[in-house]
Write a protein that binds this ligand. Structure first.
Ligand SMILES: Cc1cc2nc3c(=O)[nH]c(=O)nc-3n(C[C@H](O)[C@H](O)[C@H](O)COP(=O)(O)O)c2cc1C
Length: 157
């Protein structure tokens, strides 16, 4: 079996976007984390997946919400990607967001996204040290003229 460090090097060579995955805790406070493991699964029905570490503090919020919002970060938001990749409890301080229509999914970021997808949780699959969360995309938008962030080999561009 490939050793963990080499596996990470190999996978880091595959460029991805950067998503801030959000949900609401049982106190109705926003929770979220930075995620690169996000992709489309199906068009009919519209499904997308994310892979979340079992130690993530955001997982209970996703369960509580019964869904999540995938906020696809705009280029130039490295500070937000780094902040959301911490275990701080005040990650959302100073960040503008609103609730999606019908109170489905998690917070939609107002100023930092190139696009977003609001999802209801359809399936949860155990995979090693992560959970694969499959969401049914109920709503989404992209922001014309905003370039998405790209992440590869631990660098943002
Ligand atoms: C660019 C980047 C991509 C990341 N991708 C993932 C990912 O796909 N899945 C994951 O579980 N964690 C990922 N992380 C790590 C989490 O963001 C980090 O562990 C975070 O502190 C978890 O926060 P939480 O425990 O509050 O949910 C990524 C971090 C960065 C900086």
């Amino acid at each position: 079996m490939i050793e963990a460090a080499r596996f990470r090097e190999v996978m880091a060579s595959f460029p991805s976007g950067v998503v801030i995955l959000t949900a609401f805790g049982d106190d109705h406070q926003p929770r979220g984390l930075t995620v690169s493991a996000f992709c489309a699964v199906s068009v009919d029905p519209p499904l997308a997946l994310v892979c979340i570490d079992k130690t993530s503090n955001t997982l209970p919020a996703v369960q509580h919400t019964g869904g999540f919002t995938a906020n696809i970060l705009a280029a130039g938001r490295e500070h937000l990607a780094r902040r959301m990749a911490t275990k701080l409890s005040d990650k959302f301080d100073g960040i503008a967001w609103h609730e999606a229509e019908g109170r489905i999914g998690g917070p939609v970021l107002d100023n930092d996204s190139a696009a977003y997808a609001v999802c209801t949780l359809r399936d949860t699959i155990e995979a090693g040290d992560h959970w694969i969360l499959i969401g049914l995309v109920t709503e989404g938008r992209h922001v014309e003229g905003v370039t998405p962030m790209v992440f590869t080999r631990r660098a943002y561009s």
